[in-house]
Design a protein around this ligand. Structure first.
Ligand SMILES: Nc1nc2c(ncn2[C@@H]2O[C@H](COP(=O)(O)OP(=O)(O)OP(=O)(O)O)[C@@H](O)[C@H]2O)c(=O)[nH]1
Length: 311
């Protein structure tokens, strides 16, 4: 399912997630391990509003392993626990339960010390479309869908899935919108299939993919397409790839639309290997930029206040 996000849809999605949040102790924030920042909802911190959370980097089988380890560390250093997962094959599921227990340990210990009976932790999955929410729910569910009927507070009957003895998971995930802020993020989301192909120009996307590969994984370009670099004249590059992969139209000439499609399919189908599009370095640089803006702003306000006082 791909949703066209208009302001009304965003507001509704946010309202729904906010309602569901009241029912749970912890959020499982699902992101794509290939784009751990670009696949996060831009307002996630405000939406979950201090609720304990575990970031799950899903589709780790498609992401660069070294980069995934660095991303887990990145979140960790910011006080956010993160684990990597392959929901498709069910790899890493126990790390989810373990991490959730660790996150809620203090709260549970406090409850125990007050003589309260231990109960299962209640969790829900939140994420942008196509990040693997249903796949993970199905994996965790196995045969454990618990028909518990109505839960006070919501009109729709919520079902809880038992995950071991410790966790009950809401069977419906919270769907939030992706970031649309800049073109680069748009390309990253499109190239991994998180936004509709019909709203993207495939040739542009293929060129983005080639330039990305040239910068970050040049060996893959060489291996798959026999090219060292992307030529300034893109026709030269498309011709070379078309020749190498034998993408000919009816008249025997290279079919550029098909070359573009081939590149995107290769990338999504992992014929270009495991790739990570978001870089930890870029996230750190962005944080520094935001911090500098804040500081400049604060300094300006201080100057203004001082000027007003002296007037
Ligand atoms: N390779 C790989 N594919 C995955 C993984 N998890 C999910 N997928 C695939 O990603 C696609 C989207 O998965 P869904 O579970 O439908 O995603 P969703 O977040 O529920 O999507 P929406 O219903 O659009 O919100 C499917 O083709 C899944 O098979 C994973 O860990 N690895």
């Amino acid at each position: 399912m791909t949703i066209q996000w208009f302001p009304g849809h965003m507001a509704k999605a946010r309202r729904q997630v906010t309602e569901q949040l009241k029912l749970v102790d912890i959020i499982f924030e699902l992101v794509d391990a290939r784009l751990p920042l670009s696949s996060r909802n831009p307002m996630i911190d405000e939406v979950i509003n201090q609720k304990p959370r575990l970031v799950i980097l899903n589709k780790m089988d498609m992401a660069d392993e070294i980069e995934t380890r660095r991303w887990v560390q990145y979140f960790d250093e910011r006080g956010i626990k993160a684990v990597a997962l392959n929901s498709f094959e069910g790899k890493g599921l126990t790390s989810v339960t373990k991490a959730a227990q660790e996150i809620l340990k203090e709260k549970w210990d406090r409850m125990k010390s007050k003589g309260m009976k231990p109960r299962a932790m209640r969790a829900m999955i939140v994420g942008i479309p196509n990040v693997g929410k249903s796949t993970l729910i199905n994996r965790l569910a196995k045969k454990n869908l618990a028909k518990t009927g109505n839960t006070p507070g919501v009109t729709k009957a919520q079902q809880w899935i038992k995950v071991g003895k410790e966790i009950e998971l809401l069977d419906t995930p919270g769907i939030l919108w992706p970031k649309f802020e800049d073109q680069q993020i748009g390309y990253k989301l499109a190239v991994t299939g998180a936004i509709k192909d019909s709203i993207t120009n495939m040739e542009d996307l293929a060129v983005y993919a080639l330039r990305f590969l040239e910068e970050r994984y040049p060996d893959r370009l060489q291996e798959r397409y026999g090219i060292e670099k992307v030529d300034e004249d893109l026709v030269v590059t498309f011709d070379a790839i078309g020749q190498k992969r034998r993408v000919f139209g009816q008249g025997g000439e290279i079919d550029y639309d098909q070359v573009a499609l081939l590149i995107i399919r290769d990338l999504r189908g992992e014929h270009l290997g495991r790739l990570t599009f978001d870089r930890v370095e870029d996230a750190i640089a962005e944080e520094a930029r935001q911090q500098a803006i804040k500081e400049e702003d604060a300094a300006r306000r201080l100057q203004n206040a001082a000027r007003k006082k002296s007037e």
